[in-house]
Write a protein that binds this ligand. Structure first.
Ligand SMILES: CC(C)(COP(=O)(O)OP(=O)(O)OC[C@H]1O[C@@H](n2cnc3c(N)ncnc32)[C@H](O)[C@@H]1OP(=O)(O)O)[C@@H](O)C(=O)NCCC(=O)NCCS
Length: 226
């Protein structure tokens, strides 16, 4: 069933507000991917490949404006959000932040911290069996079995974790290299299953995170413990 964009936006906003209420000093922002938006800075526009399709242009644009909103809330204006070679956004000194987009909503988070953060927003829908098995194991799925799509929660949590540790680990981390352990119904630890390029030993906590779910969305957040 198709859900109107306004309903998706207000649902995502409620989850982001829940997250900002739980994480001290975290600023959150969201923009509709199909909404009218202020223009990108030229240096941001230049990051888009000339071959980028309209969906990619729209999500990139909305993500950059959501990031601009959270930076403004932190007192930082006129800051084009460029990126590193690994595609991670290049935040101002002393700020850590992260972006995610669905087909309809782009969200950004940021705070003043030394520890990198990650965010991931997903539509709340089951994954195919093949993808489920690629991103999670049976024990992880059992741990979130009270939810409608346990594997997607694990998937989203790992994407948030990846976004917060990728710069420190310095390479792509496979879904099988990290395990998500629920701590409370809303929080989790991410542990290394392998040696992550010398940055984490097996069983070490690499990030601590939060989950917020509605019928429409899954929102996860992680902050590096490395
Ligand atoms: C990077 C990745 C997590 C992005 O997820 P996605 O579902 O494609 O897209 P999302 O909309 O949630 O997030 C995209 C945003 O992530 C950010 N991002 C991309 N690469 C990143 C990185 N290496 N580190 C931090 N943030 C990154 C960008 O801001 C990007 O948006 P932009 O290109 O418009 O700026 C995913 O593409 C990926 O490479 N995953 C493989 C590794 C992984 O997740 N391992 C899990 C085990 S820890």
């Amino acid at each position: 069933m198709s859900v109107p964009s306004a309903a998706l936006l207000s649902d995502a906003k409620a989850l982001l507000n829940r997250l900002s209420g739980a994480v001290p000093d975290l600023q959150v922002g969201l923009r509709g991917v199909h909404a009218a938006l202020p223009p990108l800075y030229p240096d941001e526009r230049a990051l888009l490949s000339p071959r980028a399709v309209s969906k990619r242009r729209a999500e990139f644009h909305a993500g950059r404006i959501a990031a601009r909103d959270v930076l403004a809330a932190l007192g930082i204006v006129d800051f084009p959000l460029l990126r590193l070679d690994n595609r991670a956004p290049l935040w101002p000194d002393a700020i850590k932040g992260s972006l995610s987009h669905t087909d309809d909503v782009a969200c950004a988070i940021a705070l003043r911290s030394d520890r990198p953060v990650g965010v991931d927003l997903e539509r709340n829908a089951p994954l195919s069996a093949e993808v489920e098995n690629a991103v999670s194991d049976a024990q992880e799925r059992r741990a979130f079995s009270e939810h409608t799509s346990p594997a997607r929660i694990v998937f989203s949590a790992k994407e948030s974790v990846y976004k917060c540790i990728s710069g420190q680990v310095g390479r792509v981390v496979d879904f099988s290299e990290v395990v998500i352990d629920p701590v409370t119904p809303d929080t989790f630890h991410a542990r290394a299953k392998t040696d992550l390029s010398g940055r984490a030993l097996p069983d070490q906590i690499v990030a601590r995170g939060r989950v917020a779910c509605s019928d429409l969305h899954i929102l996860t957040y992680a902050q590096s413990a490395l």
